[in-house]
Ligand binder design. Structure first.
Ligand SMILES: Nc1ncnc2c1ncn2[C@@H]1O[C@H](COP(=O)(O)OP(=O)(O)O)[C@@H](O)[C@H]1O
Ligand SMILES: [Mg+2]
Length: 227
């Protein structure tokens, strides 16, 4: 099992300092290596909270979370850095690319602190990934010179830079037009097919969700299978 979440509970402080609000209420979820899952649910239901916990950007209050044999909530220092690079990759609704860097440089950012040989490998991998995402002719462009769909594909290439086992995507097509959204979905599924990266996609798009093997809905703090 690549992802195992068992009885996960998470509260957020309520604005104004009142009683914390329980967002995830004993949530269970499992996914095999190389699997694909979509999470639907209304705004504010806790989808990003769950994704952030899987991505080690946040942690639960109680319950078990295991990803790629590791417990993200317990990692510190070097282990945490490695987890965020090699176990998971994250793509957000907004691309968060560095505007002053080229496409290739943006994808190489995560490897800047690596040793020389690793950096050479990272360069070759980045070019290969950008090529696979149809961006080989854009390596030296800045984000401002790209379309929204192209920027988001660069963000995917950057998330894939450490060859993670799990790609977490938080409304990755939320800011894209229909055609670009379909292209991004095609690209994600192609990465899943060719590189066996598992996909965990939070989305409002039924169309995107239905291309995943499992479709879940986050309802009252738990995941309910929708298909
Ligand atoms: N860091 C935080 N501090 C306090 N409340 C938060 C925090 N993050 C999210 N929330 C609240 O938790 C709820 C779930 O948020 P979120 O996981 O972002 O939902 P979704 O992604 O499904 O829209 C919302 O009510 C949100 O306002
Ligand atoms: Mg969200």
């Amino acid at each position: 099992m690549l992802v195992e979440v068992c009885n996960l509970i998470k509260s957020h402080a309520s604005p104004g300092g009142g009683k914390p609000v329980e967002i995830l209420r004993g949530l269970d979820f499992e996914m095999d290596a190389g699997g694909t899952a979509a999470i639907l649910g209304p705004s504010g239901s806790g989808k990003s909270t769950l994704l952030n916990i899987l991505g080690a950007l946040d942690y639960g209050d109680s319950g078990g979370v295991r990803v790629n044999g590791l417990e993200p909530g317990t990692l510190k220092g070097r282990e945490l850095v490695d987890y965020r690079r090699r176990s998971v990759g994250i793509v957000f609704q907004m691309h968060h690319l560095l505007p002053q860097c080229t496409v290739l440089e943006n994808v190489l950012v995560p490897s800047l602190a690596d040793r020389r040989q690793a950096r050479l490998n990272a360069n070759a991998n980045a070019r290969e990934m950008l090529d696979a995402l149809g961006l080989a002719h854009r390596l030296d462009h800045r984000p401002s010179e790209l379309s929204g769909g192209e920027r988001q594909r660069v963000a995917v290439a950057r998330a894939m830079a450490g060859s993670p086992r799990l790609l977490l995507a938080d409304e990755p097509t939320g800011a894209l037009d229909r055609v670009s959204a379909t292209q991004l979905a095609d690209a994600l599924l192609e990465l899943n097919r060719v590189r066996k990266v598992a996909l965990f996609v939070v989305t409002h798009s039924r169309e995107l969700a239905e291309r995943m093997e499992q479709v879940w809905e986050l309802v009252e703090g738990k995941l309910v299978r929708a298909s």
